[in-house]
Design a protein around this ligand. Structure first.
Ligand SMILES: [Zn+2]
Length: 444
């Protein structure tokens, strides 16, 4: 390490500083946190620009010039976090405390810890005067956790020119977690996301006195049929390109009965018995990325105990697999399952993320992880969540979820996303910063 360069802030300190800004969304209030990042980068001589639809909720786009030998690379990170209200935390969620080898607080994993790693890498490259092959664009955005309207969606729709010529983007991993018994340390690289299609199904039947048996077409009986039809929320099993590749690589990483079971499930996603060897959590995850899901969440029915309601509505959180699946097709499948007429209104329809791109850049991401952790195995993953990675493909940018963390096997840190006691091990943060630095140095 050079003795001529003053030390740059490390990822642990940066994560603590970022966590201390309360950016709970809603309402967000990301401005102070974004300004903090702005001054950090501009003090280091990196060009920054604030782009805001709402001045209280700005976005920052920074650009580190490269050697002009490769197209620009985009790193994106959101600074907003989900609420902590009603959760029981061991340490205050915005303390950024360092305890027991962990940085504690909301955002430690999702995703201020990751942003800290990106910043540490950029600052080191700048301090050491080692420009990457292409420009590196860092987009620090607001509002990922609540629709991205003033964040990444605004950038993509109104400031697309800032991302000219960008071919690849790297953002959060969206929580694609799989332990597989902790036999091998897996490093997920998210190559595809499910998309949200939220619906409201409304159906009618005769209203009337609740003192007698009800007819077959009474709304409460239709409700029972609908809930039954949706059962665990999984619709018909389907294979996707991303899922198939994921299962193939997971199987290769686990030779023996587990690998064989994964291949059985790959070849026939209806064969859920193949997943019996997995934990319930892993089995549910693999089922969820081989099916659209439709979970009833809000039911509106009735106003009085002795009156059978004539109308019932059910809000359904639908998540569609990545690939050529349409909202209309999803609704048709849902109606077919229910088996009775209903009106379906689309409440929210997420952007389609294109199919996965496997190629030199994916190989680069995997190579960085393999070099940094020879015992770990990078695997392509599909996530059930949706992130800002769904928006950048609209600019022709292939987007990946890359959240390099060195976690002990079997420790479910990804389960702490949006949960109380979110925290991240110090060595995981440093590992992440190292991986981002290696990515920038070795790109393309
Ligand atoms: Zn996130």
């Amino acid at each position: 390490m050079s003795h001529t360069v003053a030390s740059t802030p490390d990822a642990v300190t940066l994560a603590q500083q970022l966590i201390r800004f309360d950016t709970t969304n809603p309402p967000g209030h990301e401005a102070a946190c974004v300004r903090f990042v702005e001054s950090l980068l501009s003090d280091a001589g990196i060009a920054t620009r604030i782009v805001a639809k709402d001045p209280e909720r700005p976005n920052l786009v920074a650009r580190l010039p490269g050697r002009g030998e490769a197209p620009p690379l985009l790193l994106h990170a959101h600074v907003d976090v989900v609420p902590t209200a009603g959760q029981d935390w061991t340490h205050p969620p915005f303390s950024g405390d360092l305890r027991d080898g962990h940085v504690w607080g909301r955002g430690a994993i999702d995703m201020k810890g990751s942003l800290a790693g990106m910043l540490a890498a950029l600052l080191r490259l700048t301090a050491y005067g080692t420009p990457p092959a292409g420009d590196v664009i860092l987009a620090v955005v607001s509002d990922e956790e609540n629709g991205s309207a003033v964040g990444a969606r605004y950038l993509v729709q109104e400031h697309a020119h800032l991302f000219d010529r960008v071919a690849y983007a790297v953002g959060e991993d969206g929580g694609a977690g799989l332990e597989l018994g902790g036999r091998r340390r897996l490093h997920p690289i998210v190559v595809a996301e499910k998309r949200a299609v939220w619906l409201r199904a409304t159906f009618h039947g005769p209203a009337g006195h609740a003192s007698r048996v009800t007819p077959a077409h009474a709304a409460p009986r239709l409700l029972a049929r609908l809930l039954n039809a949706l059962d665990d929320g999984g619709l018909g099993p389907r294979s996707t390109e991303a899922g198939t590749r994921m299962l193939t690589e997971l199987a290769a990483a686990h030779p023996g009965p587990l690998g064989e079971a994964l291949l059985r499930f790959r070849d026939d996603p209806a064969d859920t018995a193949a997943l019996d060897a997995l934990s319930e959590r892993d089995a549910r995850y693999l089922c969820s990325v081989s099916r659209h899901t439709a979970n009833p969440t809000v039911i509106r029915a009735g106003t009085k105990t002795n009156v059978v309601p004539g109308e019932i509505s059910v809000d359904i959180d639908g998540r569609l697999l990545p690939g050529p699946f349409t909202t209309d097709g999803f609704i048709a499948e849902l109606k077919d399952r229910a088996g009775f007429p209903m009106d379906v209104e689309v409440l929210v329809e997420g952007e389609e993320m294109p199919g996965p791109v496997f190629g030199p850049f994916y190989d680069r991401l995997a190579g960085v992880l393999r070099a940094a952790d020879p015992d770990g195995i990078p695997v392509p993953m599909v996530t059930t969540a949706s992130t800002d990675a769904r928006l950048f493909p609209q600019l022709g940018i292939a987007s990946y979820g890359f959240m390099p963390l060195l976690l002990g096997a079997g420790l479910p840190y990804r389960d702490l996303l949006h949960a109380p006691d979110e925290r991240v091990p110090v060595q995981a943060l440093r590992f992440g910063a190292h991986c981002f630095e290696q990515l920038l140095l070795s790109y393309p």
